[in-house]
Design a protein around this ligand. Structure first.
Ligand code: NAP
Ligand code: ZN
Length: 330
């Protein structure tokens, strides 16, 4: 039995509970959670925004911790190792996506289930889904790299962010602030599109050279726009900000359909795309990239007794820029 924070029904607050964690199977490890970032997806799941939550549920998918037990066939980790675990906890290994090293797009049913959820003292995960954490990365600030970081890294890499590419990140929250740091380190020319001027100073501190509210942003100025906005917003202005052949990538996952103006797609051969976290290979690359470039989240470390207000603060965009649970406080 271990301590955890659980959501007992849709919209209910996080509650302290005791739950069972099984012993690790032959190819699994037990991770003693040190820190768990609080992603807006946790809030969507706690409210059943996407309609597929089940309860009770222990959320938390941006985890760093220490290996405390290993199964008999584990070769990738030893007890005491510092590891990082994200959203990706299983994959079938045989579908075309898995064979292409894109496990996040597994179509084969996901593989063996983990006994996970980072808002807890301990989790049991497949050895392949826990990554070694580079020694220079701080455990609290690195936890958000495992969802917010990898999501932005994968999209930036997929759409070739680098020198000469004009990137705009929409929404300066958990994903957004890491997206800015990563895109800047990749050599891209980076702007932030935000709802107000309030976060301009922070955006520039993260390395952005441009900052605009959406209505004031220059038309045709970007090759790649990545939206991290969690709420329903009007997409129409985004397309006018893209240059010809530009792409708008949806990382943020609002809960109701958005309407898409087709005219600017046609007249500028613009594209609309989505993106989901990143593969295991990309996540390893991302951690090394962050270690090399000194990139991590701006983490506000909170205790279990502050988790009650964490979702309300996320909902109100009152977080700069990632809340991270100190699991020792459970
Ligand atoms: P977050 O920290 O709450 O940041 C979201 C940002 O969106 C806010 O900081 C705010 O930026 C902007 N925003 C919020 N409400 C808005 C509104 N009503 N209108 C316009 N802008 C608004 O959230 P996050 O953890 O970064 O997650 C963002 C979204 O990405 C969520 O929907 C989450 O589920 C999704 N997500 C997707 C993936 C994936 O794989 N695709 C992975 C992780 C998360 P400004 O204050 O700068 O305007
Ligand atoms: Zn997430």
């Amino acid at each position: 039995m271990i301590k955890a924070l659980s959501v007992l029904r849709a919209g209910a607050p996080l509650e302290p509970v005791r739950i069972n964690r099984r012993e690790p199977g032959p190819a699994e490890i037990t991770v003693d959670v040190a820190y768990a970032g609080i992603c807006h997806s946790d809030l969507h799941m706690a409210r059943n925004d996407w309609g597929y939550s089940t309860y009770p549920t222990v959320l938390g998918h941006e985890v760093t911790g220490f290996v405390s037990a290993v199964g008999t066939k584990v070769t990738a980790h030893t007890i005491g190792d510092r590891v990082a675990v994200g959203m990706l906890l299983g994959s079938c290994g045989t579908c075309p996506s898995c064979r292409a090293g894109q496990e996040q797009y597994c179509t084969g049913g996901g593989g063996a289930p983990a006994d996970a959820g980072g808002f807890s003292e301990r989790m049991v995960v497949g050895q392949d889904f826990a990554l070694s954490l580079p020694s220079t990365l701080d455990m609290a600030a690195a936890a958000p790299l495992m969802c917010a970081g990898i999501t932005m890294f994968s999209a930036l890499r997929e759409w070739d962010a680098g020198p000469g590419v004009r990137v705009a990140i929409v929404g300066l929250g958990g994903l957004g602030h890491l997206g800015v740091k990563l895109a800047v380190a990749m050599g891209a020319q980076v702007s932030v599109l935000s709802r107000s001027q309030e976060r301009e100073r922070d955006a520039r501190r993260f390395g952005a050279t441009g900052f605009h509210t959406v209505p004031d942003a220059p038309a045709g100025a970007f090759d790649l726009i990545i939206s991290t906005v969690s709420a329903v917003t009007d997409l129409a202005p985004m397309f006018t900000l893209l240059d010809v052949n530009g792409t708008l990538v949806m990382a943020g996952a609002p809960t109701t359909p958005l309407s898409v103006p087709v005219g600017p797609l046609i007249t500028g051969r613009r594209r609309l795309a989505g993106t989901s976290i990143g593969s295991l290979r990309e996540a390893r690359e991302m951690l090394d990239f962050c270690a090399t470039h000194g990139i991590a989240a701006e983490a506000e470390i909170i205790n279990a007794d502050q988790m009650g207000t964490a979702f309300a603060r996320l909902d109100a965009a009152d977080v700069r820029y990632r809340l991270v649970l100190d699991a020792a406080s459970l």
